[in-house]
Design a protein around this ligand. Structure first.
Ligand SMILES: NC(=O)c1ccc[n+]([C@@H]2O[C@H](COP(=O)([O-])OP(=O)(O)OC[C@H]3O[C@@H](n4cnc5c(N)ncnc54)[C@H](OP(=O)(O)O)[C@@H]3O)[C@@H](O)[C@H]2O)c1
Length: 237
């Protein structure tokens, strides 16, 4: 990672921030990107050595401005997402699923498309979600949003080669993504999930960051989705 240039869309919180910290500690020059300037400033204060830009991943022109005038990046990580799309299918709000596609599936495809124009090699790593295949009731919308991204990974790995394209597919990870849920409800959900998982707990963002850095640095890995879910794909139905 020494002196490699890394840009992390969604690097101002949670999994993206943990990835930024780890990559920086290994000598990478890291740029973090998020929409909210206050969140960006706060993250930069926790990440000495990193720099940052604001951009909305759903806006191709804003994403292009991150790459314009900057020396080419070696590695691009895409963590952006919204928080919608969950719920029992019979009552599922399909507008919320459309919003989830826009906020995650299309936003990640937008970043990848813009990034690929200025990259000749290196890697692109998407952050999807274990809901792509977890067969848990009430997650059909999330499965559609994340399954669509995981389906494109091998195709992009072929089309964009020699750029390597991979995904990390996390299970339940304790990050600010869950802040929309009341504290007590979140704690109860995490306890229930922990009891069902083979590893007996939910994940932390550093564990996902390590998987992302592995995919960035593993020059023989492309077209793969790395499931890091505490064994959730074995146990939770
Ligand atoms: N936490 C989990 O349990 C879990 C499980 C499975 C998958 N994941 C996936 O992991 C990824 C990272 O999640 P996290 O848990 O680290 O969430 P998080 O703590 O909420 O961080 C999300 C980051 O993405 C940025 N972001 C969101 N939408 C954006 C957009 N349109 N353009 C630019 N930046 C945007 C946010 O900053 P701004 O709000 O300032 O833009 C923030 O930096 C997501 O794709 C999520 O779906 C998370």
């Amino acid at each position: 990672m020494n002196n490699k240039r890394v840009v992390i869309f969604g690097g101002t919180s949670g999994i993206g921030e943990a990835t930024a910290r780890l990559a920086s500690s290994q000598g990478a020059k890291v740029v973090i990107v998020g929409r909210n300037p206050g969140r960006l400033e706060a993250a930069l204060s926790r990440l000495p050595g990193a720099s940052g830009k604001t951009a909305d991943g759903t806006d191709p022109e804003a994403v292009a401005r991150v790459f314009e005038g900057a020396p080419p990046f070696d590695h691009v990580v895409v963590c952006v997402s919204g928080g919608k799309g969950a719920g029992a299918f019979r009552e599922l709000d399909l507008q919320a699923v459309r919003d989830a596609f826009a906020a995650k599936t299309l936003a990640q495809l937008t970043v990848i498309q813009v990034a690929a124009r200025s990259m000749k090699s290196g890697s692109i790593t998407l952050v999807t979600a274990a809901s792509a295949r977890s067969t848990i009731r009430g997650t059909a919308g999330l499965a559609a949003v994340n399954g669509a991204l995981e389906a494109v990974v091998p195709i992009l790995a072929l089309e964009l080669a020699p750029i390597r394209v991979n995904a990390v597919s996390p299970g339940i990870v304790d990050t600010p993504w869950w802040d929309g849920m009341p504290r007590e409800q979140k704690d109860g959900f995490f306890r229930q999930a922990s009891a069902a998982l083979p590893v007996g707990r939910v994940g932390n963002p550093d564990e996902i960051g390590r998987a992302i850095v592995f995919l960035m640095t593993s020059g023989f890995t492309t077209g793969s989705t790395f499931v890091v879910d505490g064994g959730g794909h074995l146990a939770m139905h």
